[in-house]
Design a protein around this ligand. Structure first.
Ligand code: FAD
Length: 548
């Protein structure tokens, strides 16, 4: 049985409560996942607890780009551009199925933010800093070339364009693959376990007291070090530790909307400027195009972040202004998501001016917290924290640990020699799926999500021969993710493992009865549990399809 099987929960809890860990990580977003992998692979005995599902915080609500941070160039954050540029190449190598090269088109508009010369120079500096391979380096385009790359742009004010290299990913899949890889090095990771208090011995943190949110028990974990990677919740945990002083978080909300690809049929990902001086991405992805993001100060409930009509109007106006012929309306929006950036406050700076740099806080009690940063930089953030922990453990316990080696650890599902091997595998899967009536996009979806693990899912489909192919595939994926990715709730699967909530929401309703039946069977759900799960899923579907 996989260490991340949801069926293994009680044994896992028994094991975790009887261990004495070197390190307990709080938070199962990309930052915590990265720390767990780095620490475990160096030989540090590590546990991670996540209060909701893995990646349910900011790490499922980003723009889903592993990017070189072109916008940081505008803010002259040269070091950051260089670091994230290098990092994205590494993450692409570690999971080539999940981190895919994506050309981004910047249209140059009459009286727009960008001139031809400054864009050309900016992209050139970006290529150098980010170490972009020669064949991927920026290309400046004439007006005609730009229109041929993206005919939906407004020809009346277009002056040209710039094409540059980015990478696209799925944030929650990246998080779960990092988590799965951490278990292969012996880390113990669990979701639906919430840290309520820190445990202390003479003022020093020695563990965490948690609630099992799928059961009723209280769980105490003992550790030499506790790291909080709680994203937007970092300050809450610092408050519990009575160490919230000095620097603190500045939360900003970012919203994305999703429309059917047919309503915004972009040939290209486009990064365009908006009248308020910000930049927005429009990214075609399989059957949809998604657009984002907003960046507004947030003071609401951090456990429940929703999209407002104002957020959607802002994005719709931006789209219609840049691609006037499409005329998107609110009814075209089929899904949306909203997330919080856990930025480090900088007095007097507005939401979009604040640096995206990460920062480590250490309290007198020994609690280490990390916040800020980017999905793209998760590996480096992890290295920074684990270097601190390893150094202390070495000194205090006279133990030796390996150096950080996560730049060489291929993520689960990512065993491909190069992007061509990914493309060949997609073709192979597409041929296997032909008999079920699926198209190439379905193969692309499966391989982007699960990489080589797709084989196991397709094998399992044979057990569901009596179902329609869509249902059989979803049931096989559900079975795989329950047994290997700790799926407990419908939304874990529909949202964060399969991405259907965001990228294929219309496929969800016909799947619900079978998925519920399987989950009720796997977990022996009571009538009440079924009702509660259904209410939670209905609410999530409603919020994805609506706004306040
Ligand atoms: P989170 O993902 O929020 O994880 C923290 C976790 O801690 C949560 O899952 C939470 O449930 C858990 N937790 C909290 N309290 C407790 C507790 N008491 N006990 C147990 N668990 C707890 N970056 C990029 O590189 N590329 C992008 O394209 C990009 N786009 C973005 C767009 C938007 C709109 C936003 C908001 C961010 C974007 N980012 C992007 C930034 C990136 O998404 C974040 O930096 C990253 O996801 C933060 O991850 P995290 O693990 O620190 O936080």
């Amino acid at each position: 049985m996989s260490d991340l099987s949801a069926m293994n929960r009680s044994q896992l809890i028994d094991r975790m409560t009887s261990e004495h860990y070197d390190l307990v990580v709080v938070g199962g977003g990309i930052t915590g996942a990265g720390i767990a992998l780095d620490a475990a692979s160096r030989g540090i005995k590590t546990a991670l607890v996540e209060k909701n599902d893995f990646a349910s915080g900011t790490s499922s609500r980003s723009t889903k780009l592993i990017h070189g941070g072109l916008r940081y160039l505008k803010q002259f954050e040269i070091g950051l551009v260089r670091e994230v540029g290098r990092e994205r190449a590494i993450v692409h190598r570690l999971a080539p199925h999940l981190v895919r090269a994506e050309k981004m088109l910047i249209p140059l508009i009459k009286n727009g933010t960008f001139g031809k010369f400054s864009t050309s120079m900016g992209l050139m500096v970006y290529d150098v800093l980010a170490g972009v391979e020669k064949e991927d380096q920026r290309k400046m385009l004439s007006k005609e070339e730009t229109l041929s790359e993206e005919p939906l742009l407004d020809a009346s004010n277009l002056e040209g364009g710039g094409l540059y290299a980015e990478y696209r990913t799925d944030d929650s899949r990246l998080t779960i693959e990092v988590i799965k890889t951490a278990t292969t090095f012996g880390a113990d990771l669990i979701n639906y376990v919430q840290v309520d208090e820190f445990l202390y011995d003479q003022g020093t943190v020695t563990g965490v007291k948690c609630a099992d949110l799928l059961g009723s028990q209280s769980i105490s974990l003992k550790a030499a070090y506790v790291v909080s990677a709680a994203g937007p919740w970092v300050d809450r945990l610092r408050s519990k530790d009575k160490s919230l002083e000095g620097k603190h978080l500045h939360l900003t909300k970012g919203v994305h909307l999703v429309v059917p690809h047919a309503r915004l049929p972009l040939k290209h990902s486009v990064y365009f400027d908006v009248s308020d001086g910000r930049m927005i991405f429009a990214i075609p992805r399989n059957r949809v195009t998604y657009v984002g993001t907003t960046d507004t100060d947030y003071h609401g409930d951090i456990n429940h972040v929703v999209t407002t009509r104002q957020d959607l109007d802002y994005l719709i106006d931006a789209v219609n202004h840049t691609f006037p012929s499409v005329d998107i309306a609110i009814d075209d929006v089929i899904s949306n998501w909203a997330g919080l950036r856990p930025l480090i406050n900088e007095e007097g700076k507005s939401a979009s001016e604040i640096s995206r740099k990460d920062e480590v806080f250490e309290s007198d009690s020994g609690l280490i917290s990390i916040a800020g940063g980017k999905l793209t930089g998760y590996r480096k953030m992890a290295q920074k924290v684990v270097d601190i922990v390893a150094k202390r453990l070495r000194k205090e316990q006279n133990r030796a640990f390996k150096k950080c080696m996560t730049d060489e650890i291929v993520l689960s599902g990512g065993i491909f020699d190069n992007p061509e091997a990914v493309a060949a595998y997609i073709d192979l899967i597409a041929r296997k799926l032909e008999g079920f009536g699926f198209d190439h996009l379905q193969a692309n979806y499966l391989v982007s999500n699960y990489g080589r693990q797709t084989d196991e899912i397709l094998d399992k489909m044979a057990d569901y021969q009596d179902d329609e192919p869509d249902v059989a595939l979803a049931r096989a994926e559900l079975w795989y993710t329950v047994n290997n990715e700790m799926v407990h709730q419908p939304l874990d699967f529909i949202g964060r493992r399969s991405g259907r909530l965001y990228f294929d929401i219309r496929s969800v309703p016909p799947l619900i009865p079978s998925l519920f039946k399987d989950l009720a069977h796997y977990f022996n759900w009571s009538e009440n549990e079924q009702v509660k799960a259904k209410e939670d899923l209905d609410r999530a579907l409603f919020e994805a399809e609506n706004f306040t």
